[in-house]
Ligand binder design. Structure first.
Ligand SMILES: [Zn+2]
Length: 323
């Protein structure tokens, strides 16, 4: 098969994996706030409780084949399930095509000085694959966070800890094993040599701390403007969603991106919250919790992070033009 032919095979495979991961994210979003296990038991119909057969559980496809109804009880299955699966599939495809197969042109340039000559270090396929998986992990965690925030605006701190902890631990462990997942290191000459792993971890922690700090400021501002869904300032449920989500962006993309994405996302989030509170109060269905923000903070962060990764090189160029 030709090289171009193989690309299509790989993309088809990535789309299939994306669909399965999207299906898993649906399970996480549905079960994690309920405090239930996300691995056991298998998927059940929320209406009749009967297990869903494997051939009725194919991402996106099954929902259309079943016309959005359970095979057993005929109860409606929300369109959001296939929508989340399709969105995850799209994310896997977009980043697969752009990042994994794009040769790294969108990533920051890595100059290597040898005396008076500067060599540009190209990204290897292995490095691009690590970056691809790394960025998918961030975007998928933020997507799940956005959906949980939408469904449960008052979810408690334990929900957010359970969601963000795996992403945080994985983000630090991966930076230790593959330090080059942070192309713009915060410390040292760059992730080279035996110190590379430690540099990767420190780099991640610096980003985490800087961005989480910014998240705390947004949380504080939402309280001052009286636009938070949560009223109890002292609780972890108030701080963990904002600090955790922003912190993850800093951990995965570095402190520069953590601050830039966190600042712009938070600004849009805050403006939409002010508009919803004082200008256009949203219609709330009876029995539903009032949503202070029309679009969850994590959704802004997810979109911002994706844009940051896709156009990383351009953001740096624009940043240099300003400074
Ligand atoms: Zn059913």
């Amino acid at each position: 098969m030709t090289a171009a032919g193989w690309q299509w095979v790989v993309l088809a495979f990535l789309a299939a994996v994306g669909g399965v991961i999207g299906s898993f994210l649906n399970v996480v979003v549905y079960r994690l706030p309920a405090g239930r296990s996300i691995v056991w038991p298998g998927s059940h119909c929320p209406g009749c409780g009967r297990p869903i057969r494997w051939y009725d559980n194919l991402p996106v496809l099954s929902w259309f084949l079943l016309r959005g109804r359970c095979r057993d009880c005929g109860g409606a299955i929300s369109w959001r399930y296939p929508a989340v699966e399709a969105a995850t599939m799209g994310l896997f495809l977009l980043l697969g095509w752009w990042e994994l197969m794009g040769g790294g042109g969108h990533l920051p340039e890595r100059p290597l000085r040898l005396g008076s000559t500067i060599l540009w270090t190209p990204y290897t396929v292995r490095e691009l694959a690590a970056l691809y998986v790394y960025h998918l992990m961030l975007c998928c965690t933020l997507l799940a966070a956005a959906l949980i925030e939408h469904d449960h605006p008052k979810a408690g701190g334990s929900v957010w800890v359970r969601l963000f902890l795996p992403g945080g631990v994985w983000g630090i462990a991966a930076a230790f094993v593959w330090p080059t997942v942070h192309p713009v290191p915060a410390v040292g000459p760059g992730p080279v040599g035996w110190m590379g792993g430690l540099v990767g971890v420190v780099d991640g922690l610096v980003g985490l701390a800087a961005a989480a700090g910014l998240g705390l400021l947004w949380g504080l501002l939402s309280a001052l403007l009286r636009i938070s869904s949560r009223k109890k300032l002292g609780t972890t449920g108030f701080w963990t969603p904002v600090a955790g989500a922003t912190g993850l962006v800093g951990l995965y993309l570095g402190w520069q991106a953590g601050l830039a994405v966190g600042l712009i996302s938070g600004l849009f989030w805050m403006l939409s919250g002010v508009a919803a509170r004082y200008v256009f109060p949203p219609r709330t269905d009876p029995g539903q919790p009032r949503r202070a923000f029309p679009i969850p903070f994590s959704a802004w962060l997810a979109g911002g992070s994706l844009l940051w990764v896709l156009f990383w090189n351009q953001w740096i160029a624009w940043g240099k033009a300003f400074v």
